[in-house]
Design a binder for this molecule. Structure first.
Ligand code: PLP
Length: 396
């Protein structure tokens, strides 16, 4: 059966260049980058090149005082930013500080926030109803914070709704009210899909993840500004041998990192073409789904800006897992909410924060596309969805 992969926001197929770069490391550059002998030095050089390549895609100049810390994935980078900031200073146990995040963040930001809440931090979740980061509510929260704001995190693109948040405006509000706070952006879903840098958004730290950009799996990165380093606002959360400038101990996964750099180089070269192709595909998807409106199928469009890559599709009283299985049987892959929460029975926080009620949140599937998809993928999906809605509704 032909496969139609419409789940690009969960993970992507590694490109040939990424696989080859990873394999080359395994064959030829398997030394430990921390070793001083020739094998080690060759590996260290490859690591430095990969760092420069990924750094360039984030707007870092070659000899920057900013830093790029390689991690195992986006989840680890988000944890490092949040917990590493919280632990970087001696805090008063009775009032350690305030952490601000947007409502419906990915669990890799939300769950460390819950952990910090248990440790006594005040956590404020800024509403994102309709896919808009509520800047008025953010300002109020900053003005009324009972303890100093030490950390703020705003994702650039919501992984379930595709909403693009105004991170630049949010960062500038936080900077004005809490100049010593670390301002973080989880850019996992935006990276290689839109144009931005940590500097253009005015944030201090930023997370990206390799496997979302057609790289082999096993690498992520945290950008850290020179200012955060100077202020000593970040510390390691996993002490050990001091790799990655002391911020992430553990022998670097060089094959994954080299694969990441290859995918990042490719992505940066093709970015304009990828954006244009995905926008055209999205227009086609919207056109194909428009007639299904009669059957109660609709795309939950964010009120403000959104990424072409993600369509959050609300079904007419058909549970998302039921439709997922139906489509899967026809060779079509989509997801229910985010892939990361597929194993949990909890309602999607992102969908609830968007404004769906608990019942509707059960009827939402996420269709995520990119430049590797074709119009045929979309036509096959639209046809199967239409038949699925008819068939599954009849069965009930
Ligand atoms: N942040 C966002 C917005 C994501 O969508 C994901 C994964 O889906 C992550 C973080 C976690 O990235 P990783 O899978 O590399 O841990």
């Amino acid at each position: 059966m032909t496969e139609h992969y419409l789940d690009q926001s969960s993970t992507t197929k590694p490109s040939d260049a990424s696989v080859e770069a990873a394999q080359r490391v395994n064959r030829e550059l398997w030394g430990n980058p921390s070793s001083v002998h020739a094998e080690g030095r060759r590996a260290a050089l490859a690591l430095a090149e990969a760092r420069a390549d990924v750094g360039r895609t984030l707007g870092m100049p070659r000899f920057s005082k900013d830093m790029l810390v390689f991690t195992s994935c986006g989840t680890e980078a988000n944890n490092l930013a949040m917990l590493g900031c919280a632990r970087s200073k001696k805090r008063r146990p009775e009032c350690p500080g305030t952490v601000v995040i947007s409502a419906g963040e990915h669990p890799s930001v939300e769950n460390p926030a819950v952990l910090l809440e248990k440790e006594g931090y005040a956590v404020v979740r800024v509403p994102t109803r309709g896919g808009r980061l509520d800047l008025g509510a953010l300002e109020e929260a900053l003005e009324s914070a009972s303890a100093p704001v030490i950390f703020a995190a705003f994702m650039l693109v919501n992984n379930e709704t595709g909403a693009v948040y105004d991170v630049k405006a949010a960062a500038s509000l936080v900077r004005a009210h809490a100049p010593d706070a670390v301002i973080h952006c989880d850019a996992v879903q935006a990276y290689m899909k839109m144009k931005f840098t940590p500097m253009s958004l005015g944030v201090d730290t930023m997370t990206v993840s390799a496997h979302k950009i057609h790289s082999v799996r096993g690498a992520g990165a945290l950008y850290v500004s020179a200012d955060v380093l100077k202020r000593r606002n970040l510390t390691a959360v996993m002490p050990g041998g001091g790799q990655e400038n002391g911020f992430r101990s553990g022998t670097e996964n060089l094959s994954a990192i080299a694969g990441f750099a290859a995918a990042a180089r490719e992505g940066a070269e093709e970015l304009d073409a990828r954006i244009a192709k995905t926008a055209a595909l999205r227009a086609k998807l919207d056109e194909l789904l428009a007639p299904l409106c009669e059957k109660g199928v609709r795309i939950a469009l964010p009120e403000g800006a959104y990424l072409s890559n993600i369509a959050s599709v609300v079904l007419p009283s058909i549970r998302s897992e039921t439709m997922l299985n139906y489509l899967s049987g026809r060779g079509i892959s989509v997801s229910a909410g985010s892939a990361c929460s597929a194993a949990s029975k909890k309602k999607s926080a992102a969908l609830l924060a968007f404004g769906h009620d608990e019942r509707t949140a059960d009827f939402v599937i996420r269709v995520s596309i990119d430049h590797t998809n074709t119009e045929d993928d979309l036509a096959t999906f639209a046809e199967a969805l239409s038949e699925g809605v008819d068939g599954l509704q009849r069965k009930r």
